[in-house]
Design a protein around this ligand. Structure first.
Ligand code: AGP
Length: 626
């Protein structure tokens, strides 16, 4: 949430900052701004709305500096207006700050500062930071390292989860950055250094990256980067190599990142299979694990229960995970909204594996729920404290500090705000986990495991076949929904979470009101909504609940709803007005395919409406505030 960039080197900072912000705009796009230091003065330019407004505003303004910081905002405190846009300054205009996150105690701090004569011009929590730094700077006048020290003193006063970057007109060759529970990385170039709240802003400049840990800060100068902890100790940190191709953050031939990412799904599944299926596995040899997950024995010893904590699409993957863990491994599983679980935790049981699912690894609600679970186990035996697993696309992200092991879903960076390829990769992680636990607990036979793996191996080609045919077909079909205001998605069993996911995708990018329901639940109330203006999408895959879903679909049709079936090729389609087909597939594996037409439907409806698919209103890719 919110994107931060910074640059210090020999090139003109403004263009580097703007192109970095472009790469981070998916993190927030309510307003944008940047500040540079030149000739001992800070020059700051800010604009309401998307980044192109800032670009337009900068035309004709000379910004020759080689040092600067920039920000793209997702509003938390204060409306998305220019006066709330970052960078924020102290009242002398000597200190400029950009922040990602929330300073929770900003009200008290603001009051204190106002009593000391500081004047505030925004409604934000961030503005207290430059004022505090300026206040400490005035007390440190003439002292060595005063800027660094003033920031350190300021950090001690701030509560909350945030990352910041700071410029000071009196220290024209320094950027100071700090991290407290929100991501901040530093890119090491040749004679130039970058900082960013997320790596896409760095990859076109350098692949050598230092990630700050919690309560670490760094000073960037033209000569290098020094890292300190908040206590002021200098730290030796080794950079890592990203190995990210700049093409990953490029739309390629696609109109939107979301469409590109939908088309990347077959390869994502392939890479998951290559990474996590053990090619040496033999159904007849019970000693060899079918997966390469290499789960820590402490995670599953005497395991009785799993609790999944997640938000949004990741929670939907978790619901499929519940189905798989219960049906394939016989482990009772609960799935909780992370934002709810923190304040109404389930009773603690010793032999519970807690799984946090988050593609970004930075979702504040999920991190807070995991931290709460850790906290309340602190006085319990060690065994009890070490049952935390993370499923994420960003192994280096904050979730790594809260779990004992990570399953890295390796989907590659996802830029579209609507999660697609990370969803299918998370679901794959649950197949692997369920197979692994089913095998460890001797709940699954070798034949069944072989059958599942065989089916999973076919998924990438089946996805490719669907994408090739259906992208164009669904693009045409989507025109029908130009005036639609409500849409219902129904499914049962393992496809119920896909109904939820289809509805979420449609809501978030097309702004059409959509709901996902277990098909059998419609008759208990929601069916009252149906008439000829409310289409119903029913996911009907032959298997355990097929006949039941067809009956529920009939009930909807009898209320005049236009009925759209997501069904396998060559199956009975009479009940449906339209069908979106998937290759014949076992019901157990079907979510991997049934989700695709729903992603495409949401995408094409939104694209036809001319909406900003990759950056839908009011949303941001990683939600780093609670
Ligand atoms: C998905 O399309 C949404 N943008 C959103 O629901 C997302 O899944 C949720 O915010 C959780 O994000 P995470 O996976 O990064 O934790």
């Amino acid at each position: 949430m919110c994107g931060i960039v910074g640059y210090i080197g020999t090139q003109s900072a403004t263009e580097i900052l703007l192109s970095g912000l472009e790469k981070l705009e998916y993190r927030g796009y309510d307003s944008a701004g940047l500040a540079t230091v030149y000739n001992g003065q800070i020059k700051s330019v800010r604009a309401k709305g998307k980044l192109h407004n800032l670009r337009e505003k900068l035309v004709g303004i000379e910004m020759p500096a080689n040092i600067g910081i920039g920000h793209t905002r997702w509003a938390t405190h204060g409306k998305p207006e220019e006066y709330n846009a970052h960078p924020h300054m102290d009242d002398t205009g000597r200190v400029a700050v950009v922040q990602n996150g929330i300073v929770e105690n900003y009200r008290e701090l603001r009051k204190e500062l106002e009593n000391q004569g500081h004047q505030f011009v925004s409604d934000t929590d961030t503005e207290v930071i430059p004022h505090l730094i300026a206040e400490f700077l005035s007390g440190l006048e003439g002292k060595r390292e005063a800027f660094l020290e003033a920031v350190r003193q300021t950090l001690k006063k701030l509560d909350g989860a945030f990352a910041i970057a700071i410029l000071c007109a009196d220290y024209p060759n320094e950027i100071i950055v700090a991290r407290q529970q929100a991501p901040m990385s530093i890119g090491l170039g040749q004679g130039e250094f970058f900082c960013a709240s997320d790596s896409p802003a760095l990859v076109s400049h350098t692949q050598v990256v230092l990630s700050l840990e919690n309560r670490e800060m760094a000073r960037l100068t033209p000569l290098g980067v020094e890292v300190y902890n908040f206590e002021g100790d200098r730290l030796n940190k080794l950079p890592r190599i990203l190995n990210w191709s700049p093409a990953l953050v490029d739309k390629h031939i696609f109109k939107h990142f979301m469409l590109k990412e939908i088309h990347e799904q077959p390869n994502v599944v392939r890479s998951c299979l290559e990474t996590y299926i053990n090619s040496n596995w033999d159904a007849k040899n019970s000693q060899i694990s079918p997966t390469n997950l290499e789960l820590l024995p402490s995670l599953y010893k005497n395991l009785e229960q799993v609790e999944i904590l997640a938000c949004g699409t990741s929670r939907h993957a978790g619901l499929i995970g519940k189905y798989l863990l219960e049906q394939l491994a016989g482990i009772s599983t609960t799935v909780n909204y992370a934002s709810e679980a923190r304040y109404a935790p389930s009773p603690m049981r010793e032999n519970t594996l807690i799984i946090g699912v988050t593609q970004s690894g930075e979702t504040a609600d999920t991190l807070a729920a995991l931290a709460m679970e850790q906290q309340r186990r602190l006085d319990k035996p060690a065994e009890f404290q070490s049952r935390f697993l993370g499923i994420t696309n960003r192994a280096e992200s904050s979730i790594a500090n809260l779990v004992n092991q990570i399953i890295d879903i390796r989907a590659g960076i996802e830029i579209g705000v609507a999660a697609t390829k990370t969803f299918v990769a998370q679901v794959m992680a649950f197949y692997f986990l369920a197979i692994d636990l089913g095998w460890q607990r001797q709940y699954l036979s070798g034949e069944k495991i072989a059958e599942i793996i065989d089916g999973l191996q076919k998924i990438p080609a089946q996805m490719e076949q669907m994408l090739e045919v259906q992208d164009g077909q669904i693009e045409d079909f989507a025109h029908q929904f130009n005036d639609t205001q409500d849409l219902i998605f129904v499914g049962r069993g393992i496809n119920y979470p896909i109904a939820l996911e289809g509805a979420l995708k449609l809501k978030e990018i097309s702004y059409i009101h959509a709901e996902g329901y277990p098909a059998g639940e419609m008759k208990h109330g929601p069916i009252a909504l149906l008439d000829d203006k409310v289409p119903v999408v029913a996911i009907a895959i032959p298997g355990l609940v097929y006949e039941k879903v067809l009956s529920n679909a009939q009930e909807a049709k009898a209320r005049d709803a236009q009925l759209i079936g997501v069904i396998p090729e060559n199956t009975e389609a009479d009940v449906f007005d339209n069908v979106l087909t998937v290759p014949a597939v076992d019901e157990l594996l079907s979510p991997m395919l049934t989700v695709i037409p729903l992603q495409l439907l949401a995408y094409h409806i939104a694209a036809h409406r001319g909406l900003d698919v990759d950056q839908p209103r009011n949303l941001a890719k990683s939600v780093t505030v609670e």
